[in-house]
Design a protein around this ligand. Structure first.
Ligand SMILES: [Zn+2]
Length: 276
């Protein structure tokens, strides 16, 4: 028996144009695209993911969806079709919130009013579209989460945050603390979540040293080998149940990949997990 914590599988539904190099970041976004229509790669990813998922129904998965994506009717119907096909076969999919827009909030000065409005818009459209699959669980776009955001999440009834990539060199994403260019750090974000009564579920990193192992790290040369061997260490653990995810006394390991990843390798990419 493995002594490692149960694993929580999560997927972000970003399209390629949501990447900070295109939109949502004060310095990184060069093109500022306002595209809404789903890309062909994301369309392909839906069908490739569904095929993999229906063969792996023992794996519960939470999708973090961007509210704005529902403005695209194709995206909306692909997600609805996926959820209903999965439900019919006994799949365990749930839907959380990845913002209404893909704004990298902590890269800007604190803006509680705009963040609150974004959350309200996201909740309204996602809940309306997915019904019972909805969970009040949040993931900050790009992993840009700062302590000031915790209180707003609480006000909007979120109970889980899963935005922290606890590697030292990414603590720049925890928001600026003062003019000397010092950052809040992940500890400050965790404390703010705790104070607000929100359970923080940080992402898996490699063991020593703690390097990123989720999302883009699954595809970056060199990093990807460490990432996939770290994921495979969790092959003998159980999958985190909703009760475990919601119990702050239970340690769980959170991993995430992008739905778009399923379009890689000619549509044959699958996450580095071993079927149990
Ligand atoms: Zn994202």
């Amino acid at each position: 028996m493995s002594t490692l914590p149960p694993i929580w599988l999560t997927i972000d539904t970003d399209d390629f144009f949501h990447h900070p190099k295109f939109q949502g970041h004060p310095k990184r976004s060069k093109l500022n695209t306002e595209q809404i229509s789903i890309s062909n790669d994301l369309k392909l990813s839906f069908s490739r993911f569904e095929k993999w998922h229906l063969n792996n129904l023992s794996m519960p998965i939470t999708f973090f969806v961007i509210g704005e994506q529902f403005k695209c009717n194709i995206f909306k119907s692909l997600l609805e079709k996926l959820l209903s096909n999965s439900k019919k076969k006994g799949g365990k999919l749930t839907i959380g919130c990845h913002g209404y827009t893909h704004t990298c909030w902590s890269a800007f000065d604190p803006n509680p009013e705009s963040f609150k409005a974004d959350l309200i818009n996201a909740k309204t459209i996602i809940k309306k579209s997915v019904g019972d699959f909805w969970r009040p669980w949040f993931r900050a776009p790009g992993g840009y989460i700062a302590p000031w955001m915790a209180e707003i999440l609480k006000e909007e009834d979120f109970v889980i945050d899963s935005s922290i990539n606890p590697t030292f060199f990414l603590s720049i994403k925890s928001g600026k603390r003062n003019k000397k260019l010092r950052y809040n750090g992940w500890k400050a974000v965790s404390l703010a979540m705790k104070k607000a009564g929100i359970i923080e579920r940080p992402w898996l990193t490699t063991f020593y040293p703690a390097l990123p192992s989720c999302g883009p790290a699954l595809h970056i040369p060199f990093l990807k080998n460490f990432a996939s061997s770290t994921w495979k260490k969790y092959s003998n653990t159980t999958y985190a149940s909703e009760i475990e995810i919601l119990n702050s006394d239970v340690a769980i390991t959170t991993v995430y990949w992008h739905l778009l990843d399923h379009s890689k390798k000619g549509g044959n990419w699958i996450p580095p997990l071993i079927k149990k």
